[in-house]
Design a protein around this ligand. Structure first.
Ligand code: 2IT
Length: 446
């Protein structure tokens, strides 16, 4: 690692050694940008790395709410407004018991470079709560969302900070959050994305993360003179992102043979079809956070309890669940099973050991900030539609999404191709994302 980058990383580690996820995400970016730092002395002079690694603002608040029994429950709520060099803070809200400040700082840091990669005008932010939606009633979710927004509303706005969904925050939660924002701010505007289609949402937004990921994979394959039809794919997760990826991959003739949940994974050697993909939504709306019922409904599906799908031989692996879900051992297993490429769809879904294993074996590995950027990019298209008081046709949104995925892939190839021709997508994405943020920070002073 570059000496200046190492110094800043060491400083941040000494200040908060417990923020493991955050330090992991900073390390990954800093390992990639040595050549950029060496080429531009202004970066160290203007303390760009020091300034990039402290969020511009962190809002931390209590979220008290009433459960069905009338008892008071209390959660932690946060919004990390990480970097506004390129536009208003933009990034999702995550409701999951694993949420803490380290997780949200890593997500906000990643989001900053991801949003930069889209080349659209968005800064980076992230927020959420350790609220666990599992097993909660609609009323409880609404009570929670109302309380969460009662504090958050004063910190956000269509030109200030535009939250969206993430794990545990889907259409239902965005609806409740938007309703409460509107009541408190007395304004109907594009303050949140992922809204319902009748009240400001964009066509294709709910599919966009998964669709964009598959478009990105198509480009990775095209670079190897291959196509996606006929490929066997292992997905993890069964939420919105895995659903969109499964839908697009299936419609392009690929065979998706796994999905997974916290309880284990489903292996379906027949591959998903549209009925099975539609069933993923039912699984999610059950609020139980398990995939086992799939095997009862579809006899071709086998439920493997307590294990991850990375032990199944496939051509393409796509983690779509949560950070660090694919570790060094999983990666070694995939490599032994002759995986051809790995596209990370979850944010930081692979551990550093896993990434190094893929790269060491010259397997093309693309990081989440490049692969999943179609989601936030389409959020920006929703903002564009809201700001111009109009709706676009699905074809127009989808065509823009495809173009954005194409542009990100090109940026990765341009910045990440090594002397032997191997495309280091991690380096390519980090360098391309970093450069725009750094340029804007240099221009805007302190
Ligand atoms: O990780 C992500 O990029 C998201 N959860 C989507 C963020 C957004 O603002 O659409």
């Amino acid at each position: 690692m570059n000496e200046y980058a190492q110094r800043v990383l060491d400083l941040r580690r000494s200040q908060a050694p417990w923020e493991l996820e955050y330090l992991q995400s900073v390390t990954e970016v800093f390992e990639s940008i040595g050549s950029v730092i060496e080429a531009d002395p202004r970066l160290e002079r203007d303390k760009i790395l020091e300034r990039m690694t402290i969020p511009e603002r962190v809002i931390s608040f209590q979220v008290p709410w009433l459960d069905e029994k009338g008892e008071i429950q209390v959660n932690n709520g946060y919004r990390v407004q990480f970097n506004s060099a390129l536009g208003p803070y933009k990034g999702g809200l995550r409701f999951h018991p694993s949420v803490n400040l380290s997780v949200l700082k890593f997500l906000g840091f990643e989001q900053t470079f991801k949003n930069s990669l889209t080349t659209l005008p968005m800064g980076g932010g992230k927020g959420g709560s350790d609220f666990n939606p599992r097993g909660k009633t609609d009323h409880e979710v609404m009570n929670f969302c109302n309380s969460f927004m009662r504090e958050l509303f004063r910190h956000i706005g269509p030109d200030t900070d535009v939250p969206a969904g993430d794990i545990g925050v889907g259409a239902r939660e965005i609806g409740y959050l938007f309703g409460q924002y509107k009541r408190l701010a007395n304004t109907f505007n594009g303050v949140l994305t992922g809204k319902g289609l009748a009240w400001g949402g964009s066509l294709v937004r709910s599919e966009a993360t998964g669709y964009g990921a598959i478009y990105f994979v198509q480009h990775m394959l095209a670079k190897k003179n291959q196509e996606i039809a006929g490929k066997k794919i292992a997905l993890s997760g069964f939420g919105n992102v895995a659903w969109g990826a499964a839908l697009k991959a299936t419609s392009l003739g690929a065979k998706v043979i796994t999905i997974s949940g916290p309880d284990g994974y489903i292996l379906d050697e027949d591959g998903l079809d549209f009925e099975k993909v539609a069933y993923m939504l039912e699984l999610r709306s059950s609020g139980r956070d398990i995939v086992a019922p799939y095997a009862e409904k579809f006899p071709s599906g086998k439920f493997i309890a307590g294990r991850k799908p990375w032990e199944v031989p496939v051509d393409i692996a796509m983690p779509c669940a949560i950070q660090n879900e694919l570790n060094g051992e999983d990666a070694a297993q995939l490599v032994a099973n002759k995986v051809e490429l790995v596209a990370e769809v979850s944010n930081m879904g692979c551990t550093p050991e896993a990434i190094h294993c893929f790269q060491g074996n010259k397997i093309n590995f693309a990081p989440g900030k490049a692969v999943n950027a179609g989601g936030v990019a389409t959020s920006c298209l929703e903002m564009t539609q809201n700001a111009s008081h109009t709706y676009w046709a699905a074809e127009k949104v989808d065509a823009r999404l495809y173009m954005i995925a194409t542009g990100i892939h090109e940026a990765c190839v341009r910045n990440g191709t090594e002397v032997d021709g191997y495309i280091n997508y991690v380096a390519g994405a980090n360098i391309a994302g970093f450069k725009r943020v750094a340029e804007a920070m240099l221009a805007q002073g302190i």
